[in-house]
Design a protein around this ligand. Structure first.
Ligand SMILES: Cc1cc2nc3c(=O)[nH]c(=O)nc-3n(C[C@H](O)[C@H](O)[C@H](O)COP(=O)(O)OP(=O)(O)OC[C@H]3O[C@@H](n4cnc5c(N)ncnc54)[C@H](O)[C@@H]3O)c2cc1C
Length: 305
C-alpha cells in the first residue's frame, strides 16, 4: 500500500517507520523538521505516574516503553538511555505499573515542597530529541518532502496518516486541539546528576523537572494552555522561576546554555482514528515521545496492518 504521512515530528517519523517495517511504501511530507516543531522542545522522558491501569493510553505507553528500552540496549546512536527516574506524587502505595517497568523501588525524594517523603522510582527511557529525531529520519527509505499541505485531498497514496501535531487544527478542523505552551532552560549539570530524572508537578503552575541528557540538563517547566497563534517565545520571568525552583529542590545548576519553548498539541486523549483514506494520529500533548510507538502501532492496526 502507498502511504503518505503528514508530519516529521516524533509522531510522523515513528508512524512512518512502523508502516515501513510492515512492508508499506511510505512517503513523509512536512513543512518543518521535527527539531523545529514541538518534538525539538521536549525533554524527553517516559513517565508512568499519571497513567490509569488498563487504559488504552497505558497500553500504548507500555508498548512504547518496551521499544524504547530495546533501543537503549541495542542502538546507542538513537539517543535513548535508561535512567533512574522519580516523580513526586500525592498517591501512596505500590503503583500498578511497578510490575511492568525496570527496577521499580521506593526512594526518598523531597521535590520542591521541601518535605522528604517516600516515592516510587523506576528506570525509564530518556530520549534525546537532537539525536533521536534525526535517527528516526535516517531510518526512512525515502527522503522527506518539505512543503506545506493545505488539504489532504492534494496528497497521493492509498492512505494518508495525519501526524501534523498542532497543524491538525486547520488540516482536520479539530477545534478541540488545545495549544499548551512549554518552556525549558538547558544548563550545564552543576550539582545536578546526569544519571537521574527528577520531577515535581504537584503544585501547578510551579512545576519543576530536571531531565539529564548525555552532557546537559533540561530544567522545566510549565504547562500553560494558550490560544491558537500564541507567540512561541521565551518568558524571561519563567526562566528565572525555573532556576529558582531548581535551587529550592537543592541543586546548583551550571551555566545556562539556552532556553527552548514549544507548543504541545493537546487532546484529552490522542486521536488515533480512521476516516476513509485518512488515519489520524495527533494530539499527544506532553507525552508524544512516551506514546509514540503505541500510537503508531494503533494507526497501523487501523490501516489493516
Ligand atoms: C517543553 C516540552 C517538554 C516536553 N517533554 C516531553 C517528555 O518529557 N516526554 C514526552 O513524551 N513528550 C514531551 N513533550 C511533548 C512532545 O514534545 C509532543 O507530544 C510531541 O513532540 C508531538 O509530536 P508531533 O509529531 O505530534 O508534533 P510536532 O513535533 O509538532 O510535529 C508536527 C509536524 O507536522 C508538520 N506539519 C504540521 N502542519 C503541517 C502542514 N499543514 N503541512 C505540512 N506539514 C505540517 C510540522 O512541520 C511538523 O513536522 C514535551 C513538549 C514540550 C513543549
Amino acid at each position: 500500500v502507498d502511504v503518505t504521512v503528514v508530519g516529521a515530528g516524533v509522531s510522523g517519523l515513528t508512524t512512518a517507520n512502523v508502516f515501513q517495517c510492515a512492508g508499506h511504501r511510505v512517503s513523509v511530507v512536512a513543512d518543518r523538521p521535527g527539531m523545529e516543531a514541538c518534538s525539538g522542545a521536549a525533554g524527553a522522558i517516559w513517565l508512568p505516574y499519571h497513567l490509569e491501569e488498563g487504559s488504552r493510553k497505558a497500553r500504548r505507553a507500555l508498548h512504547s516503553y518496551s521499544i524504547l528500552r530495546d533501543l537503549a540496549e541495542t542502538t546507542p546512536e538513537a539517543g535513548v538511555d535508561m535512567l533512574y527516574t522519580c516523580e513526586a506524587v500525592d498517591a501512596v502505595g505500590r503503583p500498578w505499573w511497578a510490575d511492568h517497568v525496570v527496577d521499580a523501588q521506593e526512594v526518598d525524594f523531597a521535590g520542591i515542597r521541601g518535605e522528604a517523603r517516600r516515592e516510587w522510582a523506576l528506570i525509564a527511557p530518556r530520549i534525546e530529541p537532537a539525536i533521536y529525531v534525526p535517527w528516526l529520519e535516517s531510518q526512512l527509505g525515502r527522503p522527506i518532502e518539505w512543503r506545506t499541505v493545505a488539504s489532504f485531498d492534494e496528497l497521493p497514496g492509498d492512505l494518508v496518516v495525519n501526524c501534523a501535531g498542532m497543524g491538525a487544527l486547520s488540516l482536520a478542523g479539530d477545534e478541540a486541539l488545545t495549544p499548551v505552551f512549554g518552556q525549558t532552560v538547558i544548563v550545564e549539570p552543576g550539582t545536578l546528576s546526569l544519571g537521574s530524572v527528577l520531577s515535581d508537578e504537584r503544585t501547578p503552575p510551579a512545576i519543576w523537572y530536571a531531565i539529564p541528557r548525555r552532557s546537559e540538563v533540561v530544567l522545566g517547566g510549565c504547562r500553560t494552555e494558550v490560544e491558537p497563534g500564541w507567540e512561541n517565545r521565551e518568558d524571561e520571568a519563567l526562566t528565572a522561576a525555573i532556576l529558582e525552583r531548581t535551587g529550592v529542590a537543592g541543586f546548583v545548576p551550571g551555566k545556562v546554555l539556552r532556553v527552548r519553548t514549544g507548543i504541545r498539541p493537546l487532546l484529552p486523549e490522542p486521536r488515533v482514528e480512521r476516516e476513509g483514506r485518512i488515519v489520524h494520529n495527533y494530539g499527544h500533548g506532553g507525552s508524544g515521545f512516551a506514546l509514540s510507538w503505541g500510537c503508531a502501532q494503533a494507526a497501523l492496526d487501523l490501516a489493516g496492518g
